[in-house]
Design a binder for this molecule. Sequence first.
Ligand code: SF4
Length: 328
Amino acid sequence: MNTLLETKDLRIEFPAGDGKWAEALCGVDLSLDPGEVLGIVGESGSGKSIAMMALLQLLPKGARVTGSARFKGKELIGMAPSRIRQLRGKSIGCVFQDPLSAFNSVLRIGDQIAEAITLHDRSISKRAALKEAERLFELVAIPQPAKRVSQYPHEFSGGMRQRAMIAMALANRPELLIADEPTTALDVTVQAQILDLLRDLRKDLGIGLVLITHDLGVVAGLADKIAVMYGGRIVERGTTDDVFYHTAHPYTAGLIGAVPSLDGDGPLQQIDGTPPSIFNRPAGCSFHPRCSYTQPACQAGVPSLMNTGHTDCACHFPLVKPRAEVAE
Ligand code: SF4
């Protein structure tokens, strides 16, 4: 099977003054096959969102991107802006955290979706595009689609707006959908509905899905594999089962401990401290100021990803013994 998306040694730097650069993403390798779901998990500032923004050339001006990111074999890094615009919104759809700001508040939602369709296919009439918007509303389970397409964003609830955002992302039948914190602003019931919807869409349409979130609980029932990011690096990656049942990195263990369980078995754990700044990253393992397993050797060098027999883990003292170093 051909890989849908593959990054190799992807790096992003921002100017830090005096001709210096600060690395926000420090060499990330990811891959996704068609129809697969990859969960990228980490706190704010871990680099999970900017990795995807780099692919789509949506980073702020001045950012320097190196390494490789291939979509169906085509190199995206350095691709001409006109070509990347053709891919964005067509072959690659995006769902963002805050659909209210993603939609134009003074235009009807149906018109905005129709515009997204006609922008990529001039042969479609506005009327046909509006009909397609209605079909998409039906697909994402928005009730009364014919009425809803002529409404404005403020007339939708938060959950409905998120469904409309997903409908817009699917407008041009993308092969890859990138969903960045798609459920963060929603209450738990609506969150579960949106996750069910993404699960159905992946099954029915066979699209590849990258799900970016700070909450491991969100990806648990949906992702085939997980990459846990911290301080601009992948610190653990593996199949979802392996990441949950053979956790090797203390940071992953902390994230799992922070997921509420239905048994209510003991208090929720928290990871003390805050994520590192890209302008002042701790020496060695950048998690060491917050890690309960830290030892003096942790500050000596940045740990490489090692295969533990289950996951790949970047820790000098993994919770599961490593077997071999793997290519980063
Ligand atoms: Fe903790 Fe050390 Fe592993 Fe970093 S390398 S996660 S500080 S044990």
